[in-house]
Structure formats: C-alpha cells, structure tokens
Design a protein around this ligand. Sequence first.
Ligand code: SF4
Length: 357
Amino acid sequence: MPAMPIELLGFELEEFRRLAQQWGEPAYRGSQLYHALYAEGRREFSRMTSLSRALRARLERDAAATWPQLARRYPSADGSIRYLLQLGDGKTIETVWMPEKNRQTLCLSTQAGCAVDCRFCATARLGLVRNLSAGEIVGQVLAVLADNRQRRRPRTNVVLMGQGEPLLNYEPTLKAVRLLADPQGMNIPLLRITLSTSGIIPGIRRLAREDRRPKLGVSLNATTDEQRTAIMPLNRKYPLGELFAACRAYPLRPRERLTFEYVLLGGFNDTPEDARRLARLTRGLRCKVNLIPWNPVPGLPYRAPADAALEPFQKILRRAGLLAFLRCSRGQDVSAACGQLASLTTPSPQPSPASAG
Ligand code: SF4
C-alpha cells in the first residue's frame, strides 16, 4: 500500500528544514517551502517555482498541505463574513472575517465544538467534537485571507475566540500562534493575536511562562461566584478568587493589557450593582473591559440587554478609571457574533474561487 502523504500544514520552520535534509535536499529548501506555504499563501506544490522541479515532484507524491475547505459563506450586511469550513475528515468549524478601515480581524476556532458548556453560548450545544491541529488553526487564516484577496486590508488581527476553549487544546494552539507570529512566515505580530479563555486557570499559568505568547483575554461575564456558576459551570472548578489571582500574577509586557470580555445578559448581569462589582474586581489590574451585548440564540433562556442599560453600565466602569468599550456585534444577522457559532448548517462544499497557489 502507498504510504500516507505527510501533512505539512502546521510544520514549523525547523521541521521543514529537517524534512528537506531527510529527503537529501539542502536545509534551505525547507525554508523556501515554509515561505511559500505561509508567507506567500501557496498551497499547490506545483506553483512553488522557487523549489527545484525534483523537489516539487516529491512533494506532490509524498506530502500534502491541506487547507480547510470553504463550505459556505454567510456575508453579513455589515461587511463581515461567517465561514463554515470543512476539515479533512469532514468535521466543520467556523471562522469569521471582520473588515474595518485599515485592518481585518479574524476570529478563529481552536476546537470543533466545545466542552465547556457556557449556558449562553450556541457552540456549547455541540459538545466537543475534537481538537484542531496547529495546521487546521492557521489554515483558517490562509483560506479566509485568500478568499478576501481583493478586499484585504494591510493589517490583520486574530482573536482565538471562535469554537472551542483554546487552553484545552494547548500545544496545537500555541504552535499555531508561533506560526502566525513568525516574521518569516505569516507575520502577524504577537500583540495582534488575542487568546480568549473561559478561565482555565492551569492554562493561564502555563501561558504566563511562554516566551512567545499572545495577549490574554478572559471571558468573565459575571461578578459573583453564584452568578458566574449559573452561566459558566466551570466556575465551580475555577472560582473567581483563584481566577483573579492568576490574572494578577500574569506578566504583562510594556503597553499590554489583559482583556476581560463581559457578555451582557438582559436582567441577569447588567445592573449598576454588577458594574460596581466589576470595577472592584478589576481594581489595580492593567486591563480593559469589552462589554458585549448578548446576541440572541434561539432556544436559550436569555435576552439581549436593554439599550438603556448599556451606557450607564459603561459609565460606572469609566468613572472607576477602567477602560471600558461597548462592542457592537459584528455579523449578528448571520449568526457570526460572539456566542453564536454553532455550525448552524450542514455543509455542501464549494471550492473557493479565490484560492491561493
Ligand atoms: S463561550 Fe467559549 S468556552 Fe464557553 S462554551 Fe462557548 S466556545 Fe466554549
């Protein structure tokens, strides 16, 4: 039986250089291949004309670089696009493209589905399907940037905030971050990449020890243990006191801030008293707070906050000296907004008309 092709997407530079040498090529051929895949965004070996003809033929025979397939696009009226992407084994995930004036933000999945079970989140209803590999995480960026080649902005921000809890898929996620941030490859600076966690404390402590790490976001959403446990059952295991102790011990680089995401649920966590508790909890931390009005998900027993509650909430935080932003939800009409990603349809794959290579 012929051997399975080696999957190269997700290899780091040193792995490419070693592979080249194992194949009897000089190591720099591995660097050229790395550059073609990640910096140039090529996926067809036959188009990698910087490589020798013989190496291209060997790659065609013995290797693969599998991008997630664009199964469906859901363009929103606000310019963002929710993508349903199909992985090599047929499982689906979602990625969201959000263009602004001079930059695009990509919201990536790190797992298919999620095991964490936040009660306000559509993804939670899928349960955990499986972890993604580093290649499947960076492949989302390659596929979505290629699909938007004509509309591409000069700068790219990445948030690891789609399906899944990144710190429960630690090594592949951190490997993907290193690949995204490598100046010789995809070249998205570390401080433009934010990993958002529901509060996995051992993962936060581990991340704190990494040399190359993204910015940290914490999905907070409540200000008492009772309230947080009601919407995020993992709070029983990782209660607020310990979570804030880990946040206070987290080493921040110059000009870096922690981000707390706070999804506002109407009548549940959006009162002035909640805002005052939030200000007390975060006192003395170099941080900012993103206030995210909840996006309705059919079948979930919550409601969006009243418009009239938003500004007073933000004002209380600002008066307490906090940087607090109200985040308008992008892509709400196509279920692309925060907490709405749940592979809402069965895919019918269509190849991308704009694939690189
Ligand atoms: S909010 Fe995030 S961590 Fe919580 S269930 Fe949804 S995807 Fe998982």
